[in-house]
Design a protein around this ligand. Structure first.
Ligand SMILES: Nc1nc2c(c(=O)[nH]1)N[C@H]1C(S)=C(S)[C@@H](COP(=O)(O)OP(=O)(O)OC[C@H]3O[C@@H](n4cnc5c(N)ncnc54)[C@H](O)[C@@H]3O)O[C@H]1N2
Ligand code: MOO
Length: 391
């Protein structure tokens, strides 16, 4: 059975980045840049006043100054500032040539309509200098950047009304299991509601991928072959849940092989989430995730999310921290890398949540993080540092 990091590398190595396309800046959120973006002008583009006040020469700050004009943001200054002269200036306006300082309105004593004095000779310059943030030609965002809200103003400043991004994969979701009914149905005593599909669709949405839900398929070889092959033809990636373990009705690995898919990874040493299939045929990919809801959630986070990110040209890195446990922790078996749900308290300590295993969805629902207990470790002590993965 493969270890987590080995399996992850093998899976990511199979991803062939999808072709790129052009999208409007307004619809570029959470898309992945297929081009590096350089700025086409200095930032700021001119010496810019950072305050509402008066622009003058620093060496004249002790003197009475003669007002030559008022400069608002968007106006070109008409005069250079000479000895004992000033211009009234607004935040964001161009600082006129000759001035090397702007003193704030609050530090000004207005003598008459045309004269003013600075009351604070220790005033700061209050000028954002041309090019101090970036210079024309500088690379602002490298290719492969997953565009977050904080990147958008840079694209706008660089004049990118459209951006070249990698295509998003078409992803289908199928829940397999004869025991499953949809959430709007009342299960019979031997049935269970399908909770995996809505969860996986939401996990896809976190990647800005609108998944295609294809419904529930019973554990029936013929139906599985038929529905899975349709879903695979129409999509780049199929995510299945259920039927991947070793039971008589766990038909997914065989079904995929019968469809000509090569099983690249089968079972990995993580807990929850040991049974999982990753299969491939050309550029068509399939994840057979575990039916157990927490297992499928974690398998998606650990394997499917980095893989889909790689298809979109983005090297996904989870947010991870080393933090101390706030209690002793023990487990009976140590053959797998355990991901256990926890919250972080006000002292930045890891507080494990009550957790009964791979079906305990309400144990997971309050979690802020998953913390790791490595293979070979059964016991951890209060204060031990653990690797924490943010959700
Ligand atoms: N003899 C062995 N039995 C099992 C092993 C093993 O190694 N040897 N592994 C166990 C582990 S670990 C897990 S995890 C499960 C995984 O089984 P499958 O991935 O094949 O999933 P199913 O058997 O189809 O379902 C497991 C469980 O989850 C419920 N389920 C399934 N689909 C959904 C859904 N869409 N929404 C909500 N719940 C779902 C299903 O009813 C079962 O209770 O295998 C162990 N067995
Ligand atoms: O690997 Mo399973 O998800 O432990 O229960």
């Amino acid at each position: 059975m493969r270890k987590y990091k080995d399996a992850l590398q093998i899976i990511i190595d199979q991803a062939e980045t999808l072709p790129s396309e052009s999208v409007s800046l307004m619809h570029a959120y959470h898309r992945v840049l297929a081009e590096g973006v350089c700025i086409d002008m200095d930032m700021p583009p001119f010496n810019k006043s950072a305050m509402d006040g008066y622009a003058c020469r620093k060496k004249d700050l002790n003197n009475t100054l003669t007002l030559v004009e008022t400069i608002y943001a968007g106006k070109k200054p008409e005069y250079n500032i000479g000895e004992n002269q000033c211009a009234k200036i607004m935040t964001g306006a161009v600082v006129p040539d000759g001035a090397d300082c702007v003193f704030m309105i609050e530090d000004a004593e207005v003598i008459d309509e045309n004269h003013v004095r600075c009351t604070n000779i220790h005033t700061k310059s209050n000028i954002s200098l041309r090019g101090e943030d970036a210079q024309s030609g500088d690379l602002l965002l490298p290719a492969s950047t997953m565009l977050e809200a904080r990147h958008m103003p840079l694209l706008a400043m660089a004049g990118k009304s459209t951006v070249q991004v990698y295509r998003q994969p078409q992803v289908a979701i199928i829940a397999s299991g004869t025991e499953l009914v949809e959430p709007h149905e009342t299960p019979m005593p031997f049935q269970i509601r399908n909770s995996n599909s809505s969860q996986l669709l939401a996990q896809l949405q976190q990647l800005n991928i609108n998944g295609h839900y294809k419904g529930i398929i019973k554990d029936d070889g013929t139906q599985l072959i038929e529905q899975i092959s349709i879903a695979l033809q129409e999509n780049d990636v199929l995510i299945l849940t259920g039927g991947v373990s070793v039971g008589e009705y766990d038909l997914i690995p065989d079904t995929l092989q019968n469809l000509g898919y090569e099983i690249i990874v089968y079972k990995t040493a993580i807990q929850p989430g040991k049974p999982m299939v990753f299969a491939k045929k050309g550029k068509s990919y399939c994840f057979g995730l575990s039916g157990n809801p927490v297992s499928s959630f974690i398998q998606f986070e650990l394997y499917t999310r980095p893989f889909l990110s790689a298809l979109m040209g983005h090297p996904y890195k989870p947010k991870e921290l080393m933090l101390p446990l706030n209690t002793d922790f023990s487990r009976k078996k140590d053959a797998r890398l355990l991901f256990a749900p926890a919250i972080i308290n006000e002292s930045s300590e890891v507080v494990p949540l009550e957790f009964h295993g791979s079906a305990h969805i309400n144990g997971l629902s309050n979690a802020q993080v998953l913390f790791e207990i490595p293979i070979g470790v059964k016991e951890l002590k209060n204060g031990d540092l653990v690797n924490v993965r943010c959700l």
